[in-house]
Design a protein around this ligand. Structure first.
Ligand code: DP6
Length: 331
């Protein structure tokens, strides 16, 4: 039997951020988070377990992985153990957007890897099981198993069995929602989210304040999604993002992901809003910025963004689909 499968998973962008782990080994967060799965920003991954491979080969965006970056090898080892198989593995993975620039590439990457590898290994996991497993590769990956708007429940259990994502609504619920991913640099960020979170939990004096207020953010953003109330969602997502960056900036040593172009976009989004154009921003662990808007305004906002100093390109995403197995091999 051929132990080979390909999966496609979309990236997701958090509207209420995940920041800080209560368990680094199992990747268990201190707080729940909410995201939108993005159509058009995806990773495709083919996995094959076979005796013909003498060692594990992992190729990501044409580059061979030399060490256990992002714990990909340990993740595959975990799946091998679950399936009770011993064969070495070949993985080829491609994302259609710049990796490591705060665009949640690890989310789509680890979600696609988890789905393709479990399928290739002969395991038939349901979405919740996939979400729990993907989470152990990269936290935000648990959300990319589902399409539409998604909530990752932090869970309380020590073993992580109730820390997984759930779909709030599918991609057809609010099809007018758009996120304009605005790329300012394609350079790799200096501090990974993983390291940044550890530093925050350890040294930021405001982390307890984050935990005290994030429940309110979650409640409001979830309500806004269900009510399709764009200003309510945008305002709370923007506020939550700024709170996360305030944490990052006040760790020791400080973590400042913003570039001058990031501030340029922030100031303009605020000014356009004053003018009556409905738009809000969110930023992850990198300089790139994402502008939230509705379909009716996307052309105008996109045109204005592309005119700004420092903007290289934009990608417009609408709510996307669940991660899925596809009928095509990358090798
Ligand atoms: C700022 O999921 O990449 O994008 O669990 O350590 O792999 P690890 O971190 P990762 O962190 C994402 C952080 C964020 C916010 C978010 O997506 O919720």
């Amino acid at each position: 039997m051929v132990k080979k499968a390909t999966a496609l998973a979309n990236a997701n962008i958090a509207l209420v951020k995940y920041w800080g782990k209560r368990n680094e080994e199992l990747i268990l967060p201190y707080n729940s988070s909410i995201s939108m799965t993005c159509d058009g920003l995806f990773t495709t991954t083919t996995v094959e377990f076979s005796e013909k491979y003498k060692e594990d080969i992992i190729i990501i965006n044409d580059e061979e992985l030399k060490k256990d970056e992002k714990n990909i090898l340990s993740h595959l080892e975990k799946i091998r153990k679950m399936a009770g198989i011993k064969e070495r593995v070949k993985v080829v993975s491609e994302s259609n957007f710049p990796v490591a620039a705060g665009l949640a590439s690890s989310a789509s990457g680890l979600a696609a890897l988890t789905l393709a590898a479990t399928k290739a290994a002969g395991l038939d996991l349901n979405q919740r099981e996939l979400s729990i497993l993907a989470r152990q590769g990269s936290g935000s990956a648990c959300r990319s198993i589902y399409g539409g708007f998604v909530e990752w429940l932090k869970g309380e259990k020590e073993d992580g069995s109730n820390s997984y994502a759930n779909q709030i609504v599918d991609k057809n619920y609010w099809p007018e929602f758009r996120i304009i991913v605005t790329i300012l640099t394609e350079a790799k960020k200096k501090i990974s989210s993983r390291a940044g979170m550890v530093q925050t939990v350890k040294t930021c004096p405001f982390y307890q304040g984050w935990l005290k207020t994030v429940e309110e953010d979650l409640k409001i953003v979830k309500e806004a999604i269900l009510q399709k109330d764009f200003p309510k969602l945008g305002a709370q997502a923007e506020y939550n993002c700024l709170k996360m960056h305030a944490l990052m900036m006040t760790t020791k040593p400080s973590i400042i992901y913003w570039r001058p172009a990031t501030m340029e976009v922030i100031q303009n989004v605020l000014a356009w809003r004053e003018e009556g154009l409905q738009c809000y921003f969110t930023i992850d662990a990198g300089p790139n910025i994402k502008v939230l808007c509705l379909k009716k305004d996307k052309k105008e906002i996109n045109k204005r963004l592309l005119r700004l100093e420092g903007v290289i390109k934009t990608i417009i995403a609408k709510p996307g689909d669940d991660a899925k197995i596809i009928d095509k091999y990358l090798f």
